[in-house]
Design a binder for this molecule. Structure first.
Ligand SMILES: CCCCCCCC/C=C\CCCCCCCC(=O)N[C@@H](COP(=O)(O)O)[C@H](O)/C=C/CCCCCCCCCCCCC
Length: 218
């Protein structure tokens, strides 16, 4: 019984991730960090269900999620409720390494930037998935999205490892099944619902980081 509860808990559900991203935005278009990291946690469940080849990616994502959770639960947690507050607080208190890595390797701003770039990958990948046909290859869609988003920020060795992992991605039918939504038409409909939300969260973060010149944090 305990086992089946645990495995249900670990099971990915696209609806859950969608709901979490809906909760991300406040009325004033601020991004709640708690829901942002919860969205990533949900996505990592998906990644984990694809097998150990993706372990190095999952590990990095979990590590970054944990850094942000530690900020949220820390003594200055109230400064991390939204990413807008986080940016203001960390910049005003000189808690961000702006030009080279130094004494703040785990700043919220730097850590979130890595996930923010990955969110762009997700947006591009899901859009390809949404408009794909039955015989489209997930590995191709995934690597195209990766090349347009994360790859320019990764060293050769990471790009190589990521490329090898993409090659073992399951085909579109199996992929849709893991999403745990229902038949392909429903998956496509739900992707259509999820994408504008993900895109809005991405755009708001992008504008905030642009305003503060934070898009190249080391
Ligand atoms: C809706 C369901 C379908 C899609 C579900 C996708 C699930 C994806 C879940 C998580 C994505 C992983 C997020 C990875 C964050 C990477 C952050 C990053 O860029 N880290 C690098 C830089 O960090 P620092 O060294 O500066 O601290 C780090 O070097 C990266 C290491 C690991 C490799 C990252 C490769 C990322 C590939 C993203 C595609 C994931 C493929 C998933 C396949 C569905």
């Amino acid at each position: 019984m305990a086992d089946s509860v645990a495995s249900e808990d670990q099971k990915f559900c696209l609806r859950e991730v969608l709901d979490t991203f809906k909760l991300c935005l406040s009325e004033n278009k601020e991004v709640y960090l708690q829901h942002y990291v919860a969205g990533w946690r949900g996505l990592v469940k998906f990644l984990n269900s694809l097998g150990s080849v993706f372990g190095f990616i999952s590990k990095d994502a979990v590590n970054k999620i944990q850094i942000l959770v530690n900020h949220l639960n820390g003594e200055n947690g109230s400064q991390y409720v939204t990413i807008q507050l986080m940016v203001k607080y960390e910049l005003e208190n000189e808690l961000v390494d702006l030009t080279k890595r130094g004494s703040h390797p785990e700043s919220g701003c730097r850590t979130l930037l890595r996930l923010h770039r990955a969110l762009r990958w997700l947006e591009l990948f899901l859009e390809r998935l949404r408009t794909s046909t039955e015989d489209s290859k997930t590995s191709v869609m995934c690597s195209e999205a990766y090349n347009e988003s994360l790859a320019p920020h990764h060293p050769w060795v990471v790009r190589k490892a990521a490329g090898m992992a993409f090659c073992v991605l399951p085909g579109r039918p199996a992929f849709f099944e893991v999403m745990n939504v229902g038949p392909p038409e429903q998956v496509v409909a739900m992707l259509g619902e999820a994408l504008p939300l993900i895109s809005e969260v991405y755009q708001i973060t992008e504008e905030l980081y642009t305003q503060h010149n934070l898009l190249d944090l080391p």
